[in-house]
Design a protein around this ligand. Structure first.
Ligand code: GLU
Length: 383
């Protein structure tokens, strides 16, 4: 047993909890889902998906980022040695992922929930065009009421383009989708001043307002074995998530019904987000992206933008620069003054062709059916 810290009581009452989440990402570590013999722990998985189903019934949008492909698959290939080469891991992931997906599908079918499998690489969350695609697909899946189950695309990702661990992947997914809550289910119940398995007197932190260098120093080094994470990657994930306006919890997933347990007040560490996800995304668009072009809009479009609407091609009078889908562009009025910035849903070449056209004409002009907006309001910030 670890000694509760003095702040625990006070902080617990202020903890945000899971029930208030609108969009929740839950990361499930291999060590929780897969036993030492490489078998999926079905009873535990069923208990977890019971919790997920309950949250979804209450209107929370849920996405799972699940590890376990390699841990499951290596057994089938007889890869018993402790460390695997990259291509062996990839082969293990290929055989494990399909089993993992089946297990999720079966477990969630008990609740009539449709599971959607998404395998992502680093580029899908980083390169803006791919980021917009992955984001649009995931948003669509959520709109259809499905449960996306996400893993890294281990079979194709080589070392340079790997996220590397699913703590980070989960944080990137949370940031990409503007999730407000991320829960990392782990074999530890939160952040301690030192590894509590080695130092039973370590102080527990129920709440972290900011991940400072002092906090990072507490994380130590990653353990070996099935889970690639450890506290270091969890804090990296925490920085990505909280920076994107998403609060994050590290919670013990060893118990049955781990999400219900957190809601019921089980010990966990909450990393607080300073801003709302929407605000964080808008800051990112406004501040960190270099505009690759500019579009000029007419008075009607300007008015629409100022009242919070998206920019439609109909209101665009000129397109300049060389930008691709997903690049940042400036939006200017007829006098050349910047009025907004946003991420273009079309390349400069396509924008040139659809400018001045009604959205329903886009398909006829371009030969494919893209977005109705040139810049969606979620991707637009007024200057
Ligand atoms: N993507 C890996 C797998 O499914 C796990 C990575 C991780 O656990 O961080 O086996």
């Amino acid at each position: 047993m670890t000694r509760p810290s003095s702040q625990e009581g006070a902080a617990e009452s202020a903890q945000p909890g899971i029930s208030s989440a609108r969009r929740l990402v839950v990361k499930i570590g291999s060590a929780l889902l897969v036993d030492d013999s490489g078998t999926i722990r079905r009873e535990w998985l069923d208990a977890l998906t019971d919790d997920v189903a309950q949250l979804m019934r209450r209107g929370t949008e849920v996405l799972l980022v699940s590890s376990g492909a390699i841990a499951v698959g290596r057994r089938h290939l007889g890869l018993t040695q402790k460390t695997l080469r990259l291509e062996e891991k990839q082969a293990a992931a290929a055989t494990g992922q399909i089993r993992l997906a089946h297990a999720y599908q079966e477990s969630l079918a008990r609740h009539d929930i449709t599971v959607a499998q998404i395998l992502l690489t680093l580029e899908d969350t980083e390169v803006r065009r791919r980021h917009l695609n992955a984001r649009a697909t995931l948003n669509t899946l959520l709109r259809f009421g499905t449960l996306p189950v996400i893993n890294e695309n281990d079979t194709v990702a080589t070392t340079e383009i790997r996220v590397g661990d699913n703590d980070r992947l989960a944080a990137r997914v949370a940031a990409m989708l503007g999730a407000d809550t991320l829960v990392l289910l782990s074999d530890i119940d939160g952040l301690y001043s030192a590894d509590p398995r080695l130092e039973p007197d370590a102080t527990f932190f129920p709440e972290v307002a900011e991940i400072t260098p002092d906090i990072e120093a507490m994380a130590g080094v990653a353990p070996t074995g099935y889970s690639s994470g450890g506290m270091v990657t969890k804090l990296v994930a925490g920085k990505i998530a909280t920076g994107a306006g998403c609060r994050m919890a590290i919670a013990n997933g060893r118990r049955m019904h781990p999400l219900n347990a957190v809601e019921a007040g089980a010990r966990c560490t909450w990393f607080l987000a300073a801003v709302e996800p929407r605000t964080a995304r808008k800051r990112w668009i406004a501040g960190s992206l270099k505009p690759a072009g500019r579009v000029t809009v007419d008075g009607g479009a300007l008015q629409a933008l100022r009242s919070g609407k998206s920019l439609l091609p109909a209101g665009v009078t000129a397109v300049e620069g060389r930008f691709e889908r997903g690049d940042a562009v400036l939006v200017c009025d007829a006098d050349g003054n910047e009025v907004a910035r946003g991420l273009a849903a079309y390349s400069a070449a396509d924008a040139q062709r659809i400018k001045g056209h009604k959205s329903r004409e886009i398909e006829a002009v371009l030969g494919y059916r893209g977005r109705e907006e040139l810049i969606h309001r979620d991707d637009l910030v007024l200057s």
